[in-house]
Ligand binder design. Sequence first.
Ligand SMILES: Cc1cc2nc3c(=O)[nH]c(=O)nc-3n(C[C@H](O)[C@H](O)[C@H](O)COP(=O)(O)OP(=O)(O)OC[C@H]3O[C@@H](n4cnc5c(N)ncnc54)[C@H](O)[C@@H]3O)c2cc1C
Length: 424
Amino acid sequence: MSAVPVMHTRCCVVGGGPAGMMLSLLLARAGVPVTLLEKHGDFLRDFRGDTVHPSTLQILDELGLLSKFQQLPVHRVEHLSGIIGGRDQPLVDFRGLKPFGYLELVPQWDFLDMLAEAGRRYPAFDLRMRHKATGLLEENGRTVGVRVESSQGPMEIRADLVVACDGRHSTLRESAGLQATDYGAPMDVLWFRMPRNPPDPQDTFGIVDGGHMMVLLNRNDYWQTAYLVPKGSDARLRAQSIEVLRDSVAQLAPFLADRKHAIESWEKISTLSVQVDRLDRWHRPGLLLIGDAAHAMSPIGGVGINLAIQDAVAAANALVHPLLGNHAIDESTLAQIQRRREWPVQVVQKVQLTMQKRLLSRALEQAGAAPRIPALLRFLLKFRSVRHIPARLFGYGVRQEHVRTPLAETATGSAGAAAQSDNP
Ligand SMILES: Cc1cc2nc3c(=O)[nH]c(=O)nc-3n(C[C@H](O)[C@H](O)[C@H](O)COP(=O)(O)OP(=O)(O)OC[C@H]3O[C@@H](n4cnc5c(N)ncnc54)[C@H](O)[C@@H]3O)c2cc1C
């Protein structure tokens, strides 16, 4: 007999990122008892993406959360450009697109806090922070729950359905032994902050020159800086003086030269490993994987959060009625979710991979050379309708999901009422 506490719930979602948080909110809002596990004690990690695209704004609107979202420290972006080989080049334009002619940048921890707060309004929403899933519980070839490490010690959570939303280093993907195709990425990202002063540009933009590339995200008080380096070069870089990075940043963005010493040391800089892959199969009996756990996204286009949310909405739409009924979740329902979401993910990953190969690899290889955009492309990009193409693809996606889940009648209450504990 198991000595660890055992808890039962209808649906156990692992990972409180955009995918897990949105799925749990939608299910709980419809009255499905859902337990959401997040291994950290808060969402305050610096290396979370910032871009909330129109597809996500649309979902927030459908949930009545848009005005609340607009009260967060958002920064609106209507168009994006790059400084390529010293020339200003408009690249993406949202202006004129309906219903949202812009994207919003927002610190992701504020966004996740807002979704968690919205979830807590529903009695069926049981968010457990500092609960780390360590593996799957299996019986007769079916997932029946997860093993968990919590601050109170180990426990088991048994559920009729487990949804893995635990990101690109998914523990549950590994535990399930599911195979992914790895598409590779030529770069990793150094992630750090630079002070932002009033005369600085307002835009969020990228700079490519002399074999180096950097993206500056305007977070109002500071620049969130993503400095791209060739994959696997991190240790070699860190063996050099920090002055090398300071000088490169100052060279790429001369307006930052006066504060290059804000880059204090290598210890203050995170290296984010970029990975692009996709599972062949996103499900097993009793288990579904969505978001980065099913398909790790490149940061190109800042679209990973938004695809994770689209997955969550599609999953909730398909799962809510079976979960509200009292029967087992058929694997064909899970397969249907993969079929619906695989194609839109595939399209975006294909574009990302092409951009990685054609633009990023070349830009990072051309040390000392001034990169160039082909003349024809430069000409075409003069037209807003051409700059609308990436805005539509990354901003709205190729198959937009809408909230079809119902709102339960008991729409208020405290967290934690969803789950019943067998053992205290
Ligand atoms: C350098 C870089 C920059 C990026 N920038 C952007 C951007 O600006 N915009 C954008 O849209 N996308 C961006 N992306 C992609 C984006 O980060 C992901 O696609 C997106 O976060 C996926 O959401 P998710 O909910 O599937 O997973 P995640 O956001 O990774 O969330 C997973 C959650 O699960 C938790 N967790 C993990 N393991 C366990 C466990 N065993 N038990 C319990 N909890 C667990 C984690 O703590 C985390 O909270 C970027 C990616 C990289 C690499």
